[in-house]
Write a new protein. Structure first.
Length: 730
């Protein structure tokens, strides 16, 4: 059952997370007096001297409305209401008072950089008074060169938030929804699970490619079947499209019926932050230090300057002078919370920042990036057409963020084995594979999210080697300050919560996890490699996982999709319970992994499968279960308890026979190690039908098991009777 490609994927994922220090990067000295070296570049040519409208000349020190090229200062204590529609690019705005957009009429502000300083407030609608549904409010970042002589780290050209930021567009509910029937080529309507509110003609919808890709269809050979579709009309739960669907978007099937169907995401919002020319100098949005941020139902379009590939950062001499300017500066993402510890007094329910109902379309690298920032609510967002990953926690110390009901679709990456960039001389690009959610540490909550049509991982959540990290001791804590943080071992710390998440469609692996903890109520369908790749530090429970494969592709004997794949059998405990896995080559596999007998891990391990149902070519397969020659590696036990197996018909045979439980010998080249058997209790739900299974295929005579009871459903030698549950090794 060993698949070398699968091992490389797992190993590459572990390597890509690197060490905690690998993510750190230096900033220029904060000569401006602003955190993280943010330059103060907006020496004003015009200043707000009174409360009033932007378009009122009396508001301004010059007696005229700011014009193209002006540098604008909104002084502390002043409040300016932006009420214009202008394509004339203002150079910059420093907000120390308040800049508030009119919510009852169209507005457009074209500006190089808005810096919301600690005392400042940028407001484009609020929870109490959103921007009206029949108008738009836009901030456009012009296609102009960055002054790298004054800003070598290229922080300008976008929105920099250190103070209070409020944005609230017209509410759209839901922001994405599952359909109730398979969307098929030629159809001009789709029906959703629920009636929508706020969806209108002209909205842009996205529908994922739902295929289970085969060899020759993945990576660089992928030919897309996702779609972008404009809305012609909306009536309750029925959406009429302006043009017919070009492709079939089929759901997942059990033996009897369609069970799971795809989602449709809505990318249109009436509060818009965008780059004027995404092919030119793009804008970015970054929040730093103690900002108070609440953004709802806004669109972030064509933003981000950090690109996939090798990073190239600005470098500085010991005295702070610039050695060279970088060409691919780290940290300039579409939406980026960068060491943003939130207000000292948290928002409602204790959140330090809020992102609800937003859309991110065309991010240069990551869509939403949470970097050393904590206690955030990231909910009901749609992130589409990102690179590397859609939603990211960057360092691994990010804590108590709630990621709930977000839809990540079409995240392009470097694929499986392509070389990627790195931090600090590393050979990999963290978060560059192409993931829906890429979390570098365990201390967060993922609940009811959906990842679809992303290059490699629906959820890439592996601790790697980050080990000890600083986490906030309280809400609003600054983890760089003594007394405001505590240390945790990120390898031992379990995932806070992973519940109700889903991954599907033109995806290789649903979840790749390297932490302790529990995956609850997970659904994965049409993943071409694994539903779950598990390599926990010590203990992982997978409870109520439902996996569906497209059994039609198994007529190709080289396709080996698997439900749950334990990438290290020798020293970790993984429990799979209440699983329903159908339509795959293998339901649960525990294959050979390099160095499994020489690395002791963190304790003895037991692989347990219980109370589960399998309808696959092979139900449970164990390729290597070593009896170690020394005491260095702990003995691993494997148990299958009270689980039912049904054969999957119509599948082309491969080099190993179909079986409910398969114990295949010799899967590692040159391997002559002795084996521990797997113990099967209450086989196929029959109480008392208990036996041990020993390895069978190509078994050398010297390794013959103590008995050879035949059993047609088992690929291995079976021992029953008094010897069946014997725990001692022969």
């Amino acid at each position: 059952m060993t698949r070398s490609g699968f091992m490389i994927v797992a190993a590459a994922l572990v390597a890509s997370f690197g060490t905690a220090r690998a993510q750190d990067h230096a900033h220029i000295p904060p000569a401006s007096g602003i955190a993280h070296g943010i330059p103060r570049m907006c020496a004003p040519t015009v200043t707000a001297v009174a409360d009033g409208a932007w378009s009122n000349a009396a508001t301004w020190s010059t007696g005229r409305v700011p014009a193209a090229g002006d540098r604008v200062h909104i002084r502390p204590g002043t409040r300016v209401t932006y009420d214009a529609v202008s394509d004339a690019p203002v150079a910059c705005i420093d907000v120390e008072g308040a800049l508030t957009f009119r919510t009852s009429g169209n507005t457009r502000l074209t500006v190089g950089t808005i810096t919301v300083l600690e005392t400042g407030r940028l407001e484009i609608g609020t929870v109490e008074a959103p921007v009206a549904a029949d108008v738009t409010a836009e901030i456009v970042i012009p296609d102009q060169p960055i002054d790298t002589s004054r800003d070598p780290e290229q922080l300008t050209h976008g929105i920099i938030g250190l103070g209070t930021v409020r944005m609230h567009g017209a509410v759209k509910t839901p922001t994405f929804s599952r359909v109730v029937a398979e969307p098929l080529a030629g159809q001009t309507t789709v029906r959703l699970e629920q009636a929508v509110s706020g969806w209108t003609a002209g909205d842009k919808l996205v529908v994922p490619d739902t295929r289970q890709l085969k060899r020759g269809e993945r990576g660089t050979e992928y030919v897309r079947q996702w779609e972008e579709l404009p809305v012609a009309a909306v009536s309750g739960d029925t959406i009429t499209l302006a043009s017919p669907l070009a492709f079939n978007h089929r759901g997942a099937r059990s033996a009897a019926a369609v069970e799971f169907l795809p989602h449709v995401g809505n990318l249109s919002r009436n509060v818009i932050i965008r780059s004027a020319n995404p092919a030119g100098t793009r804008g970015h949005v970054i929040f730093v230090r103690h900002p108070d941020v609440d953004i709802r139902y806004a669109l972030f379009k064509g933003l981000g300057r950090t690109k996939m590939g090798v990073l190239n950062n600005a470098e500085f001499n010991p005295d702070g002078t610039v050695r060279r300017v970088g060409t691919n500066q780290i940290g300039r993402y579409s939406i980026h919370f960068h060491h943003a510890f939130g207000p000292r007094r948290p928002q409602g329910e204790g959140y330090q920042f809020t992102l609800i109902g937003n859309a991110v379309d065309d991010a240069s690298k990551w869509g939403i990036t949470i970097h050393n920032s904590h206690y955030g609510l990231i909910q009901d967002n749609v992130v589409y057409n990102s690179r590397g990953a859609a939603i990211v926690t960057e360092d691994g110390n990010e804590s108590h963020n709630v990621f709930e009901r977000n839809f990540a679709m079409r995240s392009e990456g470097s694929g499986e084995f392509a070389p990627r960039s790195g931090y600090g001389g590393a050979t990999n690009d963290p978060g560059g594979e192409g993931a829906g959610f890429w979390l570098r540490g365990p201390n967060n909550i993922l609940r009811n999210n959906v990842a679809a049509n992303v290059d490699v991982f629906g959820y890439g959540i592996a601790a790697g080697a980050i080990e000890e990290v600083r986490v906030p001791a309280f809400r609003g804590a600054d983890t760089t300050v003594n007394g405001e943080y505590r240390l945790i071992d990120a390898v031992d710390t379990p995932l806070l919560e992973f519940t109700g998440n889903e991954a599907y469609g033109a995806i290789q692996t649903g979840v790749a996890i390297g932490w302790n903890g529990t995956l609850n109520n997970l659904r994965v369908w049409h993943a071409s490699r694994d539903a779950v790749t598990a390599f926990p530090a010590d203990r992982l429970t997978i409870d109520r996982i439902t996996v569906r494969g497209d059994a039609a592709i198994l007529t190709d004997q080289i396709e080996t999709p698997t439900g749950v794949w334990f990438s290290n059998y020798a020293a970790k405990s993984v429990t799979v319970r209440n699983a329903d896995i159908q339509g795959l080559r293998v339901g649960v596999a525990s294959p050979f992994f390099p160095h499994a007998t020489t690395e002791p891990g963190r304790g003895d391990g037991v692989a347990t499968v219980e109370n589960s149902y399998f309808r696959n070519y092979v139900g449970v397969a164990v390729a290597t279960a070593y009896t170690p020659p020394t005491t260095m590696a702990p003995v691993k036990k494997a148990v299958v308890r009270n689980s039912r197996f049904e054969p999957l018909t119509g599948v082309r045979p491969v080099q190993y026979p179909a079986a409910a439980v398969s114990m295949n010998y010799g899967m590692a080249f040159g391997d002559t190690m002795r084996r521990d058997p797997i113990i099967v209790y209450d086989f196929n739900g029959k109480s008392g039908d208990t036996f041990r299974v020993f390895y069978s295929l190509d078994l050398p005579a010297a390794e013959a098991p103590p008995c050879h009871t035949p059993r047609s459903e088992i690929g291995g030698f079976v021992c029953t009777g008094d010897d069946a549950t014997q725990e001692t090794r022969r």
